[in-house]
Design a protein around this ligand. Structure first.
Ligand code: SAM
Length: 243
């Protein structure tokens, strides 16, 4: 991977960047994504934000090497503190846990009130992002789930608007966990991810059944049983629909 050739994961993120708009890439590390977006003419200007000095310096040197210092502003700071209100139109946050991405959005939510689009790629816990989006007036407009080098990644694309929740709580919970678009499509990566999770949860549940009873243990078992039921229902739908 480099500034001209992205990984399949980042390429999928880049696919959703709004053409011609100003971009912020938060947690940019090497700044491959903003460099690629500017070099390919996708965006005219980008901010690359980084909180850690090593990746910040790496981003700065990649941007300089590519001669993009005028079009890409590399800034060191925590989350959205590196951007001003109305400075960018579109934002990517990729390659972190979903809870961290949701925290970054929550801490900087006054900066994104006028943004057109968020493209978020959590490595785990996409549910934390979906919950944040719903609570903050953002609507998922698309999702993708992909596999690269044996790892599975989800990409969530959101715009401002009514989240349009399913008709009941059970369906809402299911779509928060699995993703409304992803559970409709149920592609191979989706099936692989959730079969892996199912195996994992069933193993934990078995251990909990053999552990000493406690209120926390019962609560944990209940949560796992509910998630197992949701996932089994969605995966079974697929079999039903194909038979
Ligand atoms: N976005 C790139 C990608 O997807 O390949 C880099 C992902 S890298 C695993 C995550 C980066 O996010 C790290 O460089 C880390 O320093 C940065 N990061 C973590 N928390 C951050 C925060 N609160 N604000 C800005 N950057 C952050």
């Amino acid at each position: 991977m480099n500034t001209r050739e992205l990984s399949y994961r980042l390429e999928t993120v880049a696919k959703y960047i709004l053409k011609g708009q100003k971009l912020a890439d938060i947690g940019s590390d090497h700044a491959y994504l903003p460099c690629y977006a500017v070099l390919t003419g996708l965006v005219p200007f980008a901010v690359a934000g980084e909180v850690v000095e090593g990746p910040y310096l790496s981003a700065k040197s990649h941007v300089q090497e590519e001669g993009l210092s005028k079009q890409i502003s590399v800034r060191m700071g925590d989350g959205l503190e590196v951007i001003e209100l109305d400075e960018v139109d579109c934002m990517t946050i990729a390659g972190m846990g979903g809870a961290l991405i949701a925290n970054i959005l929550e801490s900087g939510k006054d900066k994104i009130v006028n943004l057109n689009r968020l493209i978020l790629q959590p490595n785990i816990s996409a549910i934390s992002i979906r919950q944040w989006l719903i609570a903050n007036g953002w609507q998922l407009i698309n999702e993708e789930i992909i596999e690269e080098d044996g790892k599975i990644y989800e990409i969530l694309v959101a715009e401002q608007g009514d989240p349009m929740l399913p008709y009941n709580q059970e369906e809402t919970n299911k779509s928060l966990l699995l993703g409304p678009f992803l559970m409709k499509e149920r592609n191979l990566a989706f099936q692989k991810k959730w079969r892996r999770e199912l195996n994992n949860w069933e193993r934990i549940l078995e251990n909990l059944k053999n552990a000493q009873a406690s209120p926390e243990n019962s609560q944990r078992k209940l949560e796992l049983q509910t998630k197992i039921r949701y996932v089994k229902e969605v995966l079974a739908n697929e079999t039903n629909e194909r038979t």
